[in-house]
Each structure stands twice: as structure tokens, then as C-alpha cells.
Design a protein. Structure first.
Length: 171
């Protein structure tokens, strides 16, 4: 527990130095979607993916990276998960699946987390996405577009996201 607090401080310091250097990429049509998700919430990731499928995103074009404080050994993990144990003392993510996810050049990254969890913000910063979307309450420096809704109102979030993507001619 104490070690996780130190890792949080190291990551927070690293993120605060990196965020001013964030660049904005030109986006084309949205085809591939990465979803960075807080696994500590009570939300079901499958319901959010089902909403994305309703708007025409192909299931094989959706990749998910979940952050959890701790993983239960009996837990069956369908998606790639990383924890504080996967972050070394220099603030680098050492989980191979998370590293692979972060190297994929997504058209869109959805930062589906409301509370400021530094590992999630850091993962979003490291991702190679052309366009990053999240909640208005957090991560205004990481996301190019924010939606003002609550974390539990996933239908409204996805609806508003695709409404604005249509306006921007990205779908």
C-alpha cells in the first residue's frame, strides 16, 4: 500500500512534466477505437462496448485496456489489465499487453474514467491515438474533446460522442 503511494507520486510528477508537450494529431474517419477503462468501478465494460457496436464500430476494431488497483487471482480476465505492480519505480509500464495496447495507432481513444487516477492519465498520454475523448470533469490536458456527463450515464456519453463525431465528419 505504501509503495503504491510512492508510485502514484512518481507518476504524478512524470505526468505533470509530460502533459505540456502533448501534441494534437490530424484525425481521419474513426475506424479503430481504444478504450482505457477504470476497472475499479461497478460499470460493466461489456455494456459500453455494446453501445459502441450500435454506432457501427466493428468489434474487432475495439481494444480495451483496464486499470485495477489489485487483481483477484480467481478473477477471469477477458481484457488486458494492468495494476500498480506493472509500473516500475521510474514510472514505466512493464506489462507487455499494456505496452502493446499503448503502441497501437488508434483513430480514437476513449478515456472512460472519471476520477483522476494517475496511471490512467499516464496510459492515455502514452497512447498513440489520433483523437482522445474523455469526461469534462478530468484530464482536460490529455483529451482533445470532453463530454460533460457522469460516468454511470454511458449511453449519453456514447450518444454525445457519436453526435459530435458526425458533426466533425469523422464517422
Amino acid at each position: 500500500m505504501f509503495l503504491n503511494i510512492i508510485k502514484k507520486l512518481i507518476l504524478k510528477n512524470k505526468v505533470s512534466k509530460l502533459l505540456p508537450n502533448l501534441s494534437v494529431n490530424q484525425i481521419d474517419l474513426i475506424k479503430s477505437v481504444g478504450l482505457i477503462f477504470d476497472g475499479n468501478t461497478t460499470l460493466d465494460i461489456e455494456t459500453i462496448i455494446a453501445e459502441l457496436l450500435k454506432y457501427g464500430i466493428q468489434e474487432n476494431q475495439i481494444n480495451v485496456l483496464i486499470f485495477k488497483d489489485m487483481i483477484n487471482k480467481k478473477e477471469n480476465l477477458k481484457y488486458d489489465v494492468f495494476t500498480y505492480n506493472d509500473i516500475n519505480w521510474s514510472g514505466e509500464i512493464t506489462n507487455l499487453k499494456a505496452e502493446f495496447f499503448l503502441k497501437i495507432n488508434f483513430d480514437l481513444i476513449i478515456n472512460y474514467h472519471d476520477f483522476e487516477k494517475i496511471p490512467l492519465v499516464y496510459a492515455s498520454y502514452l497512447s498513440k491515438a489520433n483523437f482522445k475523448v474523455g469526461f469534462a470533469s478530468r484530464d482536460k490536458l490529455v483529451n482533445q474533446f470532453t463530454i460533460n456527463t457522469s460516468l454511470n450515464n454511458y449511453k449519453l456519453f456514447i450518444e454525445e460522442l457519436f453526435r459530435y463525431l458526425k458533426i466533425l465528419n469523422k464517422i
